[in-house]
Design a protein around this ligand. Structure first.
Ligand SMILES: NC(=O)c1ccc[n+]([C@@H]2O[C@H](COP(=O)([O-])OP(=O)(O)OC[C@H]3O[C@@H](n4cnc5c(N)ncnc54)[C@H](OP(=O)(O)O)[C@@H]3O)[C@@H](O)[C@H]2O)c1
Length: 312
C-alpha cells in the first residue's frame, strides 16, 4: 500500500516520503480502515511518539497522521461495535502507525460511525480539534450555560470549534487572536474579540473559564482573569502559574467514541463547522506539513475518493 513514512528524526518535513509499505496487521480489538481522508498536526515530527513505541523502542519507518475518515475493511479478533463496510472517523494512537496511508490499523473504540451525508474530507478535520475543544471546555473546565469563557486563538483549528461549542451551550464567548482573525471569530459565535497584539487583556474583566491554545505569556496573564473557583485550561504547555482561587490544567486530547458521535451529529445538522483550508493528495504531504506553505484552516490529505478509488 502507499503510505507516507518518516525514518530520519533530523530530516524535518523533507523526510516525509511516499513509500510502498506492507498492509497493516489487525491486532485484537482493532479494525483495518481504508483511509479516504487524513488529518495531521504540523508539529508531530517533534513528538517522541512519532519515533518510538511506548517502551521507547525505535519504530521507524513510521507513518504519521492521527486523524482519519474512511471505511472499515477488516475486523481484528474480538472486535465489537463496528462492522465491515461501515463509514467511520476518529483519532488513532500516537505511538502506532497513523492515517497517512491507504490502510491503517486502529482500535475500534477510537472510532465512531460516520453518517453517509458527511464527506470524509470534512470528517477528517474534526477528531483532534473537536475532541480537544470538547474535553477542554466540558470535561476539564465544566463550562455551563451563562458562564463567560475567554478562548485564545479563536480562529484557529481548536479555538474555532471551542467558540462554536461554547456558544451552543449558552456561554458568553470572548475570542482572541490576531487582528485578521476578528471577523471569523465573530462569525463563528464570539460576542467580543480581542486582538492580542493591540488590545489590553485586562479589559476582559473576570471570566469563569480561560481556554488557552497559545501558552507562554498569554497563558500566564490570563490566569489573573479567572474568577474565584474558575478554571484555566491549556493545551499548549503545563501552566507555571496557578490562579489565586481556582485551577489551571494542561491536558492531552484522548479518543472518545461518544464525543466523536456527538460532534458528528452537530456537523451533520450544520451546528458545527470545522475549518478546512485545503485538500491535497498523499503525494503532496511534505509540502502540506511545511509551515512556510501554510494556508488558514486545516489541510486535509485525500487518500481515496468517496468510492474508495485511490486519489492520485
Ligand atoms: N494538548 C493537546 O491535546 C493538543 C491538542 C490539539 C492541539 N494542540 C496544540 O495546540 C496548539 C493550537 O492548535 P491549533 O490546531 O488550534 O493551532 P492553529 O490552528 O494554528 O490555531 C492557533 C491560533 O492561535 C493564533 N495565535 C497563536 N499565537 C498567537 C499570538 N501570540 N497572538 C495571537 N494569536 C496567536 C494563531 O494565529 P497564527 O496562525 O496567525 O499564528 C491561530 O489562529 C498547537 O500548538 C497544537 O500542537 C494540543
Amino acid at each position: 500500500m502507499r503510505a507516507i513514512t518518516v525514518r530520519d528524526r533530523g530530516a524535518g518535513v523533507s523526510g516525509l516520503t511516499l513509500t510502498d509499505m506492507p498492509y497493516p496487521h489487525a491486532a485484537e480489538n482493532d479494525v483495518i480502515v481504508r483511509v479516504h481522508a487524513a488529518g495531521f498536526t504540523p508539529g508531530e515530527l517533534d513528538w517522541p511518539a512519532t519515533w518510538t513505541d511506548r517502551a521507547g523502542r525505535d519504530r521507524t519507518p513510521s507513518i504519521p497522521g492521527h486523524e482519519l475518515s474512511g471505511v472499515v475493511v477488516e475486523l481484528g479478533f474480538g472486535t465489537t461495535g463496528l462492522t465491515v463496510g461501515q463509514r467511520v472517523f476518529g483519532l488513532t494512537d500516537w505511538a502506532r502507525d497513523g492515517s497517512l496511508a491507504e490502510y491503517t490499523a486502529v482500535e475500534a473504540r477510537n472510532l465512531a460511525p460516520l453518517a453517509a451525508d458527511i464527506e470524509h474530507t470534512v470528517a477528517a478535520a474534526l477528531p483532534i480539534s473537536g475532541l480537544t475543544a470538547w474535553q477542554g471546555l466540558f470535561d476539564h473546565a465544566h463550562l455551563r450555560t451563562g458562564q463567560t469563557v475567554l478562548i485564545h486563538g479563536a480562529a484557529g483549528g481548536v479555538g474555532s470549534i471551542a467558540v462554536q461549542l461554547a456558544r451552543e451551550v449558552g456561554a458568553r464567548v470572548i475570542g482572541t487572536g490576531r487582528a485578521d482573525d476578528r471577523e471569523l471569530a465573530l462569525r463563528l459565535g464570539a460576542q467580543t474579540f480581542l486582538d492580542l497584539g493591540a488590545d489590553d487583556l485586562q479589559q476582559v474583566g473576570e471570566v469563569d473559564v480561560v481556554f488557552d491554545v497559545i501558552g507562554g505569556d498569554v497563558l500566564a496573564r490570563s490566569t489573573e482573569l479567572v474568577r474565584p473557583g474558575g478554571t484555566v485550561v491549556t493545551i499548549a504547555m503545563p501552566p507555571t502559574v496557578q490562579p489565586r482561587d481556582g485551577r489551571a490544567i494542561f491536558f492531552v486530547v484522548e479518543p472518545d467514541r461518544a464525543q466523536l458521535a456527538d460532534l458528528a451529529e452537530r456537523l451533520r445538522t450544520g451546528r458545527l463547522t470545522p475549518l478546512v483550508g485545503a485538500v491535497r493528495p498523499l503525494s503532496e504531504t511534505a509540502s502540506a506539513f511545511d509551515r512556510r506553505h501554510r494556508t488558514p484552516g486545516k489541510t486535509i490529505i485525500q487518500v481515496a475518493d468517496e468510492e474508495g478509488t485511490p486519489h492520485a
